[in-house]
Design a protein around this ligand. Structure first.
Ligand SMILES: NC(=O)c1ccc[n+]([C@@H]2O[C@H](COP(=O)([O-])OP(=O)(O)OC[C@H]3O[C@@H](n4cnc5c(N)ncnc54)[C@H](O)[C@@H]3O)[C@@H](O)[C@H]2O)c1
Length: 447
């Protein structure tokens, strides 16, 4: 059992802290957000992540999980201090390291354990861990040595707790063998394979992995657009491609693009990192351009198929979060869509099972929020499916028929098999698949 401090209790910090306490460590999480800390001290999770609240309560009760706003309390005798604060994008796309630098100052002011290991979980550009060591040692006024370890995080929001126990790898980048050993030992009970490397390679593994996954999504979306024009079905194409083990069947779902707190900012940051060594990352720039185009697609379809334009039309938005099982709205496709629809004068009614509170801060004020799918669809002229929540995937298509004024459904996430849609009396437009039009209506252009 080790004494561990976690700095930052967002999606990464809180999940990491809770899981490390659950495998037996004594964990104190520190955050500057007093409201969050007060909530966590009452045993309530400030974020929605399946299984997290239960695990939090269990370990608070066991006495090995604590929350504070005081860095000196968190760092007292900590063998490892994890940095899990945000690294948002700057206007030029590069990663903003201000929060990380502030944590370095907090560590210098409060670290008490000789040889404490500072572990960076935040996604940071190559070279940052060494910079963190420099920032800390420069500001330290006591005779304490520290080590740094890069330990990038790969959890997926929506299954973050599961991923922590079942990850594909734990990457540990270190100069000091001893520091790497400590972090490997801390993580041993998870039973996840460990990959050890140097600090710079560990930092790059994180960006390269996210950029590759984003590229896979943009690639399949481009193929989907071509399929739509040629009458091929992207789902069959992806299934056939995915059977090739060199390609793999994951991340081949065509849709209205990636969002979230990682892919958009990490792809831009990697372009900046490459630019810093005079390399123009053409491929990644295209990945981003394709994603921007993809987020525009539902609106392009609506312009083609909603007679008389969108002004004054009642529009239902089903799903607001950037993906299912999370309340995270950062860079969600719903933000782009809602603002464009509002600019066109559409009356938007929106429903999301979890993310509506967060959505209110990011979507136009005119959006009307309701408590159910059925309410959102009532008298709507067109429905957009933005997030593939199970709740929508399991919805009988008769609900669209019965509730909507005109049953025009633009499914940005390919939620229903076309064979099922063909049994319903709706006009259905999805991504990279043939459109299904109500009997008796003239065929509409494929997307
Ligand atoms: N969210 C993800 O799915 C995910 C996955 C992998 C990696 N990452 C990376 O992990 C990092 C954290 O992401 P997140 O989504 O958890 O961020 P977040 O914005 O949800 O949380 C960051 C937290 O840090 C706190 N904080 C800021 N400065 C602080 C300080 N000086 N002391 C204490 N607390 C402080 C904030 O109040 C906030 O609660 C980012 O670099 C991100 O790119 C995120």
């Amino acid at each position: 059992m080790k004494k561990i401090a976690i700095v930052g209790t967002g999606y990464v910090g809180l999940v990491t802290g809770v899981a490390l306490s659950d495998i037996g460590h004594d964990v104190t999480c520190v955050d500057i957000d007093e409201t969050k800390v007060a909530k966590m001290n009452q045993g309530k999770s400030p974020i929605y992540e399946p299984g997290l609240s239960e695990l939090m309560t269990k370990n608070i009760e066991k006495g090995n999980l604590h929350f504070t706003t005081d860095h000196s309390i968190a760092f007292q005798n900590a063998a490892a201090i994890y940095i899990a604060v945000g690294t948002p994008e700057r206007a030029d796309g590069s990663a903003n390291l201000d929060f990380v630098q502030q944590v370095a100052r907090d560590i210098a002011a409060n670290v008490s354990n000789q040889g404490a290991v500072v572990v960076t979980k935040s996604t940071v550009p190559v070279g940052t861990n060494k910079l963190v060591k420099h920032w800390i040692t420069e500001a330290l006024d006591r005779d304490i040595t520290i080590e740094v370890v890069s330990n990038p995080e790969f959890l997926r929001e929506g299954s973050a707790v599961y991923d922590t126990y079942n990850g594909d790898r734990i990457v540990i980048g270190a100069e000091s063998e001893e520091a790497a050993e400590l972090i490997e030992a801390i993580n041993k009970p998870f039973g996840v394979p460990v990959f050890r490397t140097d600090i710079e390679s560990a930092e790059m593994i994180k960006y390269a992995s996210n950029a590759f996954l984003a590229a896979k999504i943009s690639f399949i979306n481009e193929i989907g657009t071509i399929c739509g024009k040629l009458g091929a079905n992207i789902e069959d194409v992806a299934a056939g491609m995915g059977m090739d083990k060199r390609i793999g069947d994951k991340f081949l779902n065509a849709g209205i693009g990636y969002g979230g707190s990682c892919f958009p900012k990490d792809t831009k940051a990697l372009i900046q990192i490459a630019g810093g060594v005079n390399h123009k990352f053409d491929l990644l720039e295209s990945v981003i351009n394709v994603n921007n185009k993809q987020q525009q697609l539902p609106l392009d379809i609506a312009h083609m198929v909603v007679r008389g334009g969108l002004e004054g039309k009642k529009v239902a938005m089903l799903g607001l979060a950037f993906k299912p099982n999370t309340d995270d709205m950062r860079e969600s496709a719903s933000i782009v869509l809602a603002h464009k629809l509002a600019d066109l004068g559409a009356n938007i009614t929106a429903f999301d099972p979890i993310a509506m509170d967060n959505a209110k801060r990011l979507l136009p004020e005119s959006v009307h929020y309701v408590a159910s799918t059925e309410e959102a669809l009532q008298d709507a002229d067109v429905a957009f499916i933005v997030t593939e929540w199970d709740e929508f995937k399991d919805l009988p298509l008769t609900v669209f028929e019965q509730k909507m004024k005109q049953p025009i459904v633009i499914d940005g996430r390919n939620c229903y098999p076309l064979s099922y849609v063909e049994t319903a009396n709706i006009d259905y437009y999805s991504i990279g698949r043939p459109s299904v039009i109500r009997a008796g209506k003239s065929n509409q252009p494929a997307n």
